[in-house]
Every structure is written in structure tokens, then in C-alpha cells.
Design a protein around this ligand. Structure first.
Ligand SMILES: Nc1ncnc2c1ncn2[C@@H]1O[C@H](COP(=O)(O)OP(=O)(O)OP(=O)(O)O)[C@@H](O)[C@H]1O
Ligand SMILES: [Mg+2]
Length: 148
């Protein structure tokens, strides 16, 4: 699990854009971290990297914002206000998680049971300095290598 030490917001933006360049349709990016850690900031950078021009704002009240103007459709979830997994079924989350877009999910730990095994998990923590963060990135890419 790589750990990336970030010194400022600009580096967070660079990391988000680098991830975006490598994202394939059908990827779920599960973001966790305390309030203000930088989940939305990072998502904005991913959107920018995907070529999304529409405004990316936190979908805290709407749960999901769709951005279809980039290289791959981006579905931005903020599940902070989801109280149980049933609400996610009502939203039709499976169409998104198992579709052809990229899903970025803020507060993914709130719906842990619904996050696909293959998701890229990113936990953002505060550092010592005000603008410092650590990104712990866990990509489950090993499945295909099994049994051959
Ligand atoms: N290195 C950094 N990376 C990301 N954000 C940073 C960094 N340094 C400072 N910040 C600031 O921290 C704040 C991050 O807010 P942001 O809304 O992205 O957090 P969040 O994790 O989405 O919070 P919430 O849980 O409320 O949704 C912003 O005000 C941003 O300017
Ligand atoms: Mg946020």
C-alpha cells in the first residue's frame, strides 16, 4: 500500500490529475478521511484530469453529481448523509458502480459493504503542517495474476 506525503494543495491536485490519467471505465475510487482532509479537493483534481469542465461541488445534499463532459463519465458521490445501505439501492447505485463511468465516493466507509472488491481505496489523513496530508492508496489489481 503506497503512502504518499503531500505538502500542499497543489500536490494534492497533481496527484488527482495523475490518477485521472490512469483511470479506466468502471473504476470505483473509495475516499475516506476526516472532514476537511481533502476528499472534495482531490475529486476536483480527478475531474480536471478527466477533462471535466462542469463545476465540481460537494454533493453532500444530493448524494451524487454526474459529470459527463470529460474523457469518461464521472459520478461523484458523497454518502455522508446515507444512513443505511438500503438508501443506496433506492438511488440505483449499482448502475453507477458497475457501469462504464468512474465513481468517486466520499465517505466510502459509510457504505463499506457496497464498495466493490476491485475499488481503489484512498485514505487521506492530516499531517503536522496545516497543508500537509498523507494519502494511503490501496489498489486491488492482483486478482488477474492468480492461478496461472
Ligand atoms: N494538501 C491539501 N490537500 C487538500 N486540501 C487541502 C490541502 N491543504 C489545505 N487544504 C484545504 O483543506 C480543505 C479540504 O476541504 P475538502 O472540502 O476538500 O475536504 P473534504 O475531505 O471533502 O471534507 P468533507 O468531509 O467535509 O467533505 C480545503 O479548504 C483546502 O483548501
Ligand atoms: Mg467533501
Amino acid at each position: 500500500m503506497p503512502i504518499i506525503f503531500i505538502k500542499n494543495e497543489k500536490q494534492t491536485e497533481k496527484l488527482g490529475m495523475e490518477l485521472a490519467a490512469r483511470l479506466l471505465p468502471g473504476t470505483v475510487v473509495a475516499l475516506t478521511g476526516e472532514p476537511g482532509a481533502g476528499k472534495t479537493t482531490f475529486t476536483k483534481a480527478v475531474a480536471k484530469g478527466l477533462g471535466v469542465a462542469s463545476l465540481v461541488t460537494s454533493p453532500t445534499f444530493t448524494i451524487i453529481n454526474e459529470h459527463k463532459d470529460g474523457r469518461i463519465p464521472l459520478y461523484h458521490f458523497d454518502v455522508y448523509r446515507i444512513n443505511d445501505e438500503e438508501e443506496m439501492y433506492e438511488l440505483g447505485f449499482e448502475e453507477y458502480f458497475y457501469g462504464d463511468g468512474v465513481c468517486v465516493v466520499e465517505w466510502a466507509d459509510r457504505i463499506e459493504g457496497l464498495i466493490p472488491e476491485r475499488a481503489i481505496r484512498i485514505h487521506i489523513s492530516y499531517g503536522i503542517g496545516e497543508n500537509e496530508r498523507t494519502f494511503q492508496i490501496n489498489e486491488n489489481t492482483g486478482d488477474r495474476d492468480n492461478g496461472s
